[in-house]
Design a protein around this ligand. Sequence first.
Ligand SMILES: [Cu+2]
Length: 175
Amino acid sequence: MNLGIHALSAALLVTTIPAGAIAAAPATASATLIRSDGTEMGHANFTARAGGVWLDVNATGLSPGSHGIHLHTTGACTTPDFVSAGGHWNPMHRKHGLKSPEGPHMGDLPNLDVDASGKGHAAGLIAGATLDAGAMGLLDADGSALVIHAGPDDNMTDPSGNSGGRQLCGVVKAD
Ligand SMILES: [Cu+2]
């Protein structure tokens, strides 16, 4: 009989804990954007949500106009050229370009609009991405990086959209 009473007590205990108290906090990550000399020029926040990862990015010191912006496959931003970040993050093995019938890369994002003061802000959902080390995770073994380019992405040309050199780079790091 004692065993039965203990089992019942345990069941009641579990059911009386509010659901919110045992739910994990939303996973977040961030990236500090640096330019070729290592100076900080912006910040990005990543938040896990249903259906993907929400990205919110603020950057400065860019030329006014449209700039390619992507998630790249390696979490390394070695100055001055940021080639260390590798190619676009592409876990689905598709071609580059939001307008490409064979695309896009998971890391392809809409061009960043930069105002006359050199500042740009963008926010949106990276559908299907996760903030973990899984197959669709931005925090896999070699990480990932957010890169902003000198020119606009034509949303078509594989593998990089002809968006020019890499101006800002930030390694995605779990908060
Ligand atoms: Cu890029």
